[in-house]
Design a protein around this ligand. Structure first.
Ligand code: HEM
Length: 137
């Protein structure tokens, strides 16, 4: 984040919350007072759902490298983590509800585009549930 807002870092593009980066302290009062928070890199968000971290969606195997198109569609349009039916639902601010009506051709175009990205190896931290949040920070 620079003085004029977000600045892209080409080497990290689409790779999510960088593993190994310390998780910033969260002001619990801000959330209790009806706010949602993001870190300066816009890859971590805090709200009533707890703490979520942007996923690696590059072509690396830690991203969507091994995914099928069906998995990608299930993640994007139905909000299933890793596109696995009956697993967990993707958390905010991933706006999967907005993608419900997306046409198969558009999903495919995004899938193929992401499959063609430079792989970035990055194991993103797991989300923190609101119950655990207080003791984590
Ligand atoms: C067309 C645009 C987008 C695409 C193709 C996309 C794709 C994806 C995919 C495939 C996942 C699931 C990764 C996995 O299960 O391992 C994901 C997760 C996520 N996305 Fe997006 N996304 C988009 C837009 C956004 C936007 C606009 C935001 C935030 C403002 C966002 C934030 C997140 C977060 C926080 C997660 C992790 C959620 C969790 O762990 O539950 N995404 N995204």
């Amino acid at each position: 984040m620079g003085p004029n807002g977000p600045e892209l870092i080409d080497s990290l593009l689409l790779s999510g919350y960088p593993s190994g980066r310390p998780i910033p302290e969260v002001d619990e009062n801000a959330v209790t007072n009806g706010r949602a928070l993001m870190n300066e890199g816009l890859t971590m968000a805090v709200g009533p759902w707890g703490v979520s971290f942007a996923s690696d969606i590059t072509s690396d195997e830690t991203g969507i490298g091994t995914w099928t198109e069906e998995q990608f569609s299930k993640a994007l349009k139905q909000g299933w983590y890793k596109g696995i039916d009956g697993g967990r639902k993707l958390l905010p601010p991933m706006p999967w509800q907005n993608f419900r009506e997306m046409k198969d051709g558009d999903v495919r175009a995004m899938y193929l585009n992401l499959k063609s990205t430079r792989p970035v190896r990055n194991i993103v931290p797991s989300p923190v549930s609101p119950r655990l949040q207080a003791s984590t920070f």
